[in-house]
Design a protein around this ligand. Structure first.
Ligand code: FAD
Length: 262
């Protein structure tokens, strides 16, 4: 089985600040981490490799320094990594990002593509589904368990708000996973030594041949009208109530608000 995992390098949001002048995230000089959902995606791919036999190939689109993240993933046991990097990709929205990722993925035949549910910086949860649509394969989001792989089919559990769904998917397919699906393993000493020898494949747009008009800020259909940080306006005094009294107060507040709105 050939598994591709989509991994994004994200700024450590504990350190991030917003530029008050233009509302954008200040990314420069901020330490980066592997997006948490994506680390779990890598872990579940490695577990499938151990259980069913698989080749695990990680793809990331990002700046050149993402090679350090890919070295760390080799040290965790992945088989191959590809960095998609080009000045033309900078400023891409989720649609252009998904176009780049899917163009690279289409150069090979993967049985399964695994993405995280969402990235902690962009937070849209759009890329997984968009990649599946570009590659033209079925997809399921919010997967929290791989149940089995049998007869070229994948059996998974999807988490919904109040229920779980057990779903059967034919290969090839894409899933986006929650971080609860698997606890990422530590790096392995043998893999740490081996990773220095393992090449990272780097592809730019010469290799992908995507029309530059579809890339970067110009090629991105998303227009960000305004971003702002919610300011705390009024300090609330905490009250200690018994559960029934608290519930009654909440219901009254909702009722008053709804009445005010009608
Ligand atoms: C107009 C505009 C300009 C932007 N310019 C920039 C910019 O210059 N630099 C920048 O960093 N961001 C930029 N962004 C944000 C960027 O579009 C998103 O961060 C990116 O498309 C991923 O979306 P997301 O973070 O919401 O990911 P989600 O959709 O929440 O991610 C879901 C999953 O998709 C996969 N995934 C997402 N992104 C990647 C990736 N790059 N590589 C591999 N897998 C991935 C991961 O598995 C992830 O868990 C811009 C956005 C807009 C709207």
């Amino acid at each position: 089985m050939k598994i591709a995992v989509l991994v994004k390098q994200v700024p450590d949001t504990n350190e991030i600040q917003v530029d008050k002048a233009n509302g954008t995230l200040i990314r420069e000089g901020i330490p980066t981490i592997i997006n948490p959902d994506d680390l779990s995606a890598v872990e579940v791919a490695l577990q499938m490799k151990e259980t069913y036999g698989a080749f695990v190939h990680v793809f990331t689109m990002g700046p050149k320094n993402a090679v350090n993240m890919l070295k760390e993933l080799y040290a965790r046991g992945v088989d191959q990594t590809t960095l998609l990097t080009d000045r033309q990709f900078a400023g891409s929205d989720t649609w252009s990002t998904s176009l780049v990722l899917s163009t690279a993925l289409k150069q090979d035949a993967f049985d399964l593509i695994i993405a995280g549910r969402q990235a902690i910086d962009g937070d849209t949860a759009q890329v997984g589904a968009q990649v599946a649509e570009f590659v033209d394969i079925p997809h399921v989001s919010y997967v929290d368990q791989i149940i089995d792989v049998k007869d070229k089919e994948l059996f998974i559990r999807k988490q919904e708000e109040t229920q779980f769904l057990k779903i059967k998917l034919p290969f090839p397919c894409l899933i986006t996973v929650l971080d609860s699906i698997a606890q990422p393993r530590y790096m392995n000493m043998v893999h740490i030594f081996n990773q220095t020898e393992t090449p990272i494949h780097i592809l730019d747009n010469n290799a992908l041949s995507i029309d530059p008009a579809l890339l970067g800020i110009k090629g991105s259909p998303t227009r960000v009208k305004k971003t702002f940080t919610k300011e705390i306006t009024k300090k609330q005094t905490p009250s200690t109530l018994d559960p029934y009294e608290a519930a009654e107060r909440i219901v009254n507040l909702i009722y008053k608000k709804a009445k005010g709105a009608s």
